[in-house]
Design a protein around this ligand. Structure first.
Ligand code: ZN
Length: 257
């Protein structure tokens, strides 16, 4: 059974952990689901009342769409909402922007009607307004998935095999190994080469190439180091839970015709 052990990086927005008893297909599926299937909120529709800034409506809309928003748990995907995609309070959150120049306009100038759906990084710059320039607009944020547009992607997810290093002490040149490992994996102890930081190894094999195979780098057969770096809309643990749920529901939905 697949299990998660050993959390290596444990920060609010970044978790790195070890997945055991899994295969590449499974781990890859988690990665894909995390980055492109877990829904988060982003601005999709914008109604411009006034825009005399230096940016066209389309460019401004593109910028606003890419501002990461906190994702309220009670919203529904518009496809599964009662309103059948027309847009209602259950599937759509409103934000407004009303600013006058001269002014630097930041994400924090967006006024969220629902405090649960607001910009995560208030200091993101949107545009600079000069004297006499104004923007007034209403933006609608909806849930979406990264597969459709990167603005709905909640994270960067990646993995590598758990490193396995074997050293032939008779053949290895300690100096060459130390010199050519860019990740500070090795150390010398009693004139012998030892592995100091196994988990630093990113399997680049630079040492294997330079020592003519006296060091062998490979990956454990069913063990992986997996990282989720959230953009902030959801914590990494929620992204992982939802990814597993999505994979399970896809398997349940699979039918033979
Ligand atoms: Zn709706």
């Amino acid at each position: 059974m697949v299990k998660i052990s050993n959390i290596l990086v444990d920060e609010d927005l970044e978790k790195t952990f070890v997945i055991e008893d899994a295969n590449s297909a499974f781990v890859n599926e988690i990665k894909r689901a995390a980055a492109s299937q877990v829904p988060v909120m982003a601005i999709e529709d914008i109604f411009f009342i006034d825009n005399s800034s230096a940016l066209y409506d389309e460019i401004l809309a593109q910028r606003l769409g890419l501002i990461p928003l906190t994702t309220g748990k009670e919203y529904k995907l518009k496809e599964t909402c009662k309103c059948k995609g027309k847009g209602c309070a259950l599937c759509r959150a409103k934000l407004t922007l009303k600013v006058k120049g001269p002014k630097m306009v930041y994400a924090s100038d967006l006024e969220a009607k629902d405090p649960k759906v607001k910009p995560i990084y208030p200091e993101m710059l949107i545009v600079e307004l000069l004297e006499g320039q104004e923007i007034e607009l209403e933006a609608h944020a909806i849930l979406g998935i990264g597969e459709e547009h990167a603005k709905w992607s909640p994270c960067l997810a990646y993995y590598q095999k758990y490193p396995k290093i074997t050293i032939d002490q008779k053949k290895v040149s300690v100096k060459v190994a130390l010199e050519h490992c860019p990740k500070d994996v090795f150390e010398v102890e009693n004139k012998k080469l030892k592995v100091k930081n196994l988990l630093n190894c990113n399997l680049c094999k630079s040492c294997e190439d330079r020592t003519n195979g006296a060091i062998k780098i490979s990956g454990e057969a069913s063990k992986y180091i997996f990282t989720i770096e959230s953009w902030g809309q959801l914590p990494p643990q929620d992204i992982l839970k939802q990814s597993v749920k999505i994979i399970n529901s896809k398997i349940k939905d699979a039918k033979l015709k």
